[in-house]
Design a protein around this ligand. Structure first.
Ligand SMILES: *Cc1c(COP(=O)(O)O)cnc(C)c1O
Length: 709
C-alpha cells in the first residue's frame, strides 16, 4: 500500500520565520492553536521563560528546530495557527454585524497606565492592568475599533522574592521589549514636560485586531532623569509620577497624531491618563475662541472610568508642580496658572486644595462610571461635592468589570464544558448563554475534572515551594519536605491579590488556634494557598506578606499553608483553576470590583467573600458564600473580629461539611450542585465581552455621536 504523501519538510529558516510571525500578534496568548505551538517547540524553555514564545525560540536548540522542520505534524500546526489567526482577523465580529455601518469614523482611544496581557509580558501591577488587558482582548474579539495607549516599562513592576524572615526583596529586572513581540515603529514624539522636550519612541504590540502603542523614553537623546520616566510602574516620588502621567496623557495624544490615528472617543481608564483630555482640548482650541468651547467638545467625547474608593488611590499633586510641568501646554491654550490649577480642584481658587487627577478627569469627561453597582453608589457619594448635587443626582454610573474567559479558563476545563454542555467560547459575540446549561453537566465527570485541576495545583505549589527554598539557600531537608506538603484530595482554599492592607490577607489567621483546628480536622482537613505582592513602599502590605510567610512555617500549619512568591498571571491561573474555594476578605466597600473571583467559576470553583465589589451582584446565596453582613462597623478591631467570626462559622458549619458529605459513589452531591450553579450563573454575566459591549453601547457610541455638537 502506498503511504499518503507527506507535506515536504520546510527549511529551519522558514520555520523560524513562521514562528516569529505567529508570535508577532498577541492573539497567540488566548488561543490554544497559538501558544501550544511554542509549548511543543521546547517545553522546558517554555517554562523557563514563563511562557514567552520569542524567548523560547531564542533558546531552542538548532537540532530541535531541525527535527521539527522535518516533522509534518508540527509544521502543519504552525500553518494551522497562522491560518486560524488570519481567519480571526478577517471575521465580521459583533460590532461589524451590528450598528457599525452608521458610525462614520468611530474609533476609541483607550488610555491606561498598565496592561496585563500575559505572564511573560510583565507590564502590570495588579487588577487595573489585568482588566485593561482583558478589555483589549474582548474589544478585539468583538471587533470594536479601538486603539490603546500606555508606557513601556523597562523593569515592569517588580519581582518579589522573600527573605528567610519573610521580608520582601524587590528585584528590578531589565526586560528586553523585543521578547514581548513589540515592534519599533521608528516614529518618535517630543513631549513637553516642564521646559524640556522629552523624546519618546513609539512601540506597538498587536493584541488581535487592537494595536497597543507604548511610549519609551529610555533613549540616549534624553537626560538621565527623563530616561527614568519609563523605568517602572508606580514609582513613589510624586514628581516622577506626575511626569509619567504627563508623558502618558500628553505624549499619548501626540503619539496618536504622529501615527495618523484619529480617535473620536477618548476612554481614560483611571485618572492617571487624564492629561490626555487636556491635551485634546488644547489641540481643539482655536485661537481667538474661548477655551471653554474646546473643553466642552472634549467633555462630550470623553469617557472616564474610576477604579477605587480608597482615598490614597487618587493621585493628588502640589498645584505648583503641575503648573510647572504643564506651563507650555497651558500657555498654548491661553490658560493662566490659576486656571490650570483649578482644573484639578473642587473649589476654584482654593489655594490650599491639591491638584487631583480624578477631579481633572471628572471635569473633562461627560460619561463617568464606577466598576460595580456598589462602587458606582460609593463614587456618587464620594464625588458629590465636586458636582454640587445630592449623591443620587451625581452623574456617575457603573459598568461592572468582567474577565476574558479565553484568557482565564484552563484548557482542560474548556474541553470539559465543550464536551459535556456544548459550550463554545470562541463565538465573537457578547453573550455567553451556553453557561446556563452547566447545571446539567454530569456530576461524576465534573468531580473528576475538579480533581485533575486540584492535583495539578498541588504539584505546582510543591515545585514552586522547592524552588523558593532552594533560592533562599535552605538545606536539602527543607527542600525535600516540600514534596510532602499539601494533599491532592482535600478542600483547597486560595487567596491571591495585591497585598494592599484593605484586602486583609491575614484575616483568616485572626484566631490561629481555631484555624489550625479547621485545617487539621481529622478526616475533614483543608489547606490554604496564598500569593500576592505589596507595593515596594507599602510597609503595611509587606508586613502582611511576612505574617503569612511566618504562619506558613508555624508548626501548627506546616504542610497545610503555602505562600507562593511573585504572584503573576500564571500563578493566578493555576490558583483560580485549581482551588475549590476562592477567599476574599476586603474591608467593605474598598474593593471597587475585584475580578479574581470571576475566574474560579469558569472551573466550577466557589467564592467565599465579603459582600463587596462585584459579589453583591454575583452572589445568589447558592453559588458561593457571603462573609459577614453589609453593616458598617467603624472600629477596625471590632470589624475584623466580626468578619473573622463569620468566616470561621461558614467554614465550620457549611464549607467544610459540604465538601466532605459524600454519597455511596464518593461524590459530594451538595457541593457539586453549588459548584455547577457557580459555573451556570457567574461567567454568563461577569465576563469582559459583556463589559466591553456595555461600554460600547452606553459610553462609546453616545460619546461618538455627541462629539463636536
Ligand atoms: C485577576 C488578577 C488580578 C485581579 O484580582 P483582584 O484582586 O480580584 O482585583 C490581579 N492580579 C492578577 C495576577 C490576576 O490574575
Amino acid at each position: 500500500m502506498s503511504r499518503p504523501a507527506r507535506p515536504p519538510a520546510i527549511s529551519v529558516e522558514d520555520l523560524v520565520t513562521h514562528l516569529r510571525d505567529l508570535a508577532a500578534n498577541l492573539w497567540w496568548c488566548w488561543n490554544e492553536e497559538g501558544w501550544s505551538v511554542f509549548q511543543t517547540l521546547d517545553p522546558v524553555e517554555w517554562r523557563s521563560t514563563n511562557h514567552s514564545p520569542l524567548g523560547t525560540l531564542e533558546r531552542v536548540s538548532r537540532a530541535r528546530l531541525d527535527a521539527l522542520a522535518h516533522d509534518p505534524i508540527f509544521v502543519k500546526r504552525v500553518y494551522d495557527g497562522l491560518a486560524a489567526r488570519m481567519a480571526y482577523l478577517g471575521e465580521r465580529a459583533w460590532f461589524q454585524r451590528g450598528a457599525a455601518a452608521r458610525l462614520k469614523g468611530f474609533k476609541v482611544a483607550y488610555f491606561c497606565s498598565e496592561f496585563g496581557l500575559h505572564e511573560s509580558i510583565q507590564q502590570y501591577a495588579g487588577g487595573l492592568g489585568i482588566l485593561a488587558g482583558d478589555h483589549l482582548k474582548s474589544a478585539s474579539d468583538l471587533g470594536i475599533p479601538l486603539v490603546a495607549v500606555g508606557l513601556a516599562y523597562r523593569h515592569g513592576y517588580y519581582v518579589q522574592n522573600l527573605h528567610r524572615d519573610g521580608s520582601t526583596q524587590v528585584l528590578l529586572p531589565d526586560y528586553d521589549f523585543h521578547r514581548f513581540g513589540v515592534e519599533d515603529l521608528h516614529t518618535s514624539i517630543a513631549c513637553p514636560i516642564g521646559s524640556r522636550l522629552v523624546t519618546a519612541r513609539i512601540l506597538r504590540m498587536m493584541v488581535g485586531r487592537v494595536p497597543l502603542y507604548l511610549l519609551d523614553t529610555d533613549l540616549k537623546a534624553n537626560a538621565p532623569e527623563d530616561r527614568r520616566l519609563t523605568e517602572g510602574l508606580y514609582k513613589g516620588e510624586p514628581i516622577l509620577r506626575l511626569r509619567q502621567q504627563v508623558l502618558l496623557g500628553v505624549g499619548g495624544v501626540l503619539a496618536l497624531k504622529a501615527l495618523h490615528e484619529h480617535p473620536t472617543v477618548l476612554h481614560l481608564n483611571e485618572g492617571h491618563a487624564a492629561f490626555a483630555a487636556l491635551q485634546r482640548a488644547i489641540d481643539l482650541h482655536a485661537p481667538g475662541r474661548p477655551v471653554a468651547e474646546a473643553f466642552e467638545a472634549v467633555r462630550n467625547s470623553t469617557v472616564f472610568t474610576t477604579h477605587t474608593p480608597v482615598p490614597a488611590g487618587h493621585d493628588r499633586y502640589d498645584p505648583a508642580m503641575v503648573v510647572h510641568e504643564l506651563h507650555g501646554l497651558a500657555e498654548r491654550g491661553g490658560l493662566s496658572s490659576a486656571q490650570l490649577a483649578d482644573l484639578g480642584r473642587v473649589n476654584a481658587g482654593d489655594v490650599d486644595e491639591s491638584f487631583c487627577m480624578t477631579i481633572l478627569a471628572l471635569r473633562l469627561a461627560r460619561r463617568v462610571n464606577g466598576v460595580s453597582a456598589l462602587h458606582g453608589a460609593v463614587s456618587r457619594e464620594m464625588w458629590r461635592d465636586f458636582y454640587g448635587v445630592a449623591a443620587a443626582k451625581v452623574p456617575i454610573t457603573s459598568i461592572t468589570n468582567g474577565v476574558h474567559a479565553k484568557t482565564w479558563i484552563d484548557p482542560d476545563a474548556e474541553r470539559f464544558w465543550r464536551e459535556s454542555i456544548g459550550l463554545r467560547l470562541t463565538k465573537q459575540a457578547p453573550t455567553a448563554s451556553g453557561w446556563r446549561r452547566a447545571e446539567s453537566a454530569d456530576p461524576e465527570r465534573f468531580w473528576k475534572m475538579r480533581a485533575t485541576l486540584r492535583d495539578r495545583l498541588v504539584h505546582f505549589v510543591r515545585d514552586r515551594m522547592a524552588l523558593q527554598r532552594k533560592r533562599r539557600g535552605e538545606g536539602q531537608a527543607a527542600v525535600a519536605a516540600t514534596y510532602s506538603m499539601l494533599d491532592e484530595d482535600i478542600l483547597t482554599i486560595g487567596f491571591a491579590r495585591r497585598f494592599a492592607t484593605y484586602k486583609r490577607a491575614p484575616l483568616i489567621f485572626h484566631d490561629p488556634e481555631r484555624l489550625a483546628r479547621i485545617l487539621s480536622n481529622g478526616s475533614r482537613p483543608a489547606q490554604l494557598v496564598f500569593a500576592g505582592k505589596a507595593h515596594p513602599r507599602d510597609e503595611g502590605g509587606q508586613a502582611y506578606a511576612q505574617k503569612i510567610f511566618a504562619f506558613a512555617r508555624d508548626p501548627r500549619f506546616v504542610d497545610r499553608v503555602a505562600f507562593i512568591e511573585d504572584y503573576d498571571m500564571h500563578v493566578g491561573r493555576m490558583l483560580t483553576s485549581g482551588c475549590d474555594v476562592w477567599l476574599n476578605t476586603p474591608v467593605r466597600p474598598y474593593e471597587a470590583s475585584g475580578t479574581s473571583g470571576m475566574k474560579p467559576p469558569l472551573h466550577g470553583g466557589l467564592n467565599l467573600s465579603i459582600l463587596d465589589g462585584w459579589w453583591p451582584e454575583g452572589s445568589d446565596g447558592i453559588n458561593g458564600w457571603r462573609i459577614g453582613d453589609t453593616e458598617a462597623v467603624d472600629d477596625p478591631d471590632l470589624r475584623d473580629a466580626r468578619d473573622a467570626e463569620s468566616l470561621y462559622q461558614l467554614l465550620e458549619q457549611s464549607v467544610v461539611p459540604q465538601f466532605y458529605e459524600r454519597d455511596e459513589a464518593g461524590l459530594p452531591q451538595g457541593w457539586i450542585a453549588r459548584a455547577l450553579r457557580s459555573a451556570a450563573t457567574i461567567p454568563l454575566e461577569f465576563n469582559s465581552h459583556r463589559m466591553v459591549a456595555q461600554y460600547t453601547r452606553r459610553m462609546y457610541v453616545p460619546a461618538h455621536e455627541l462629539r463636536g455638537s
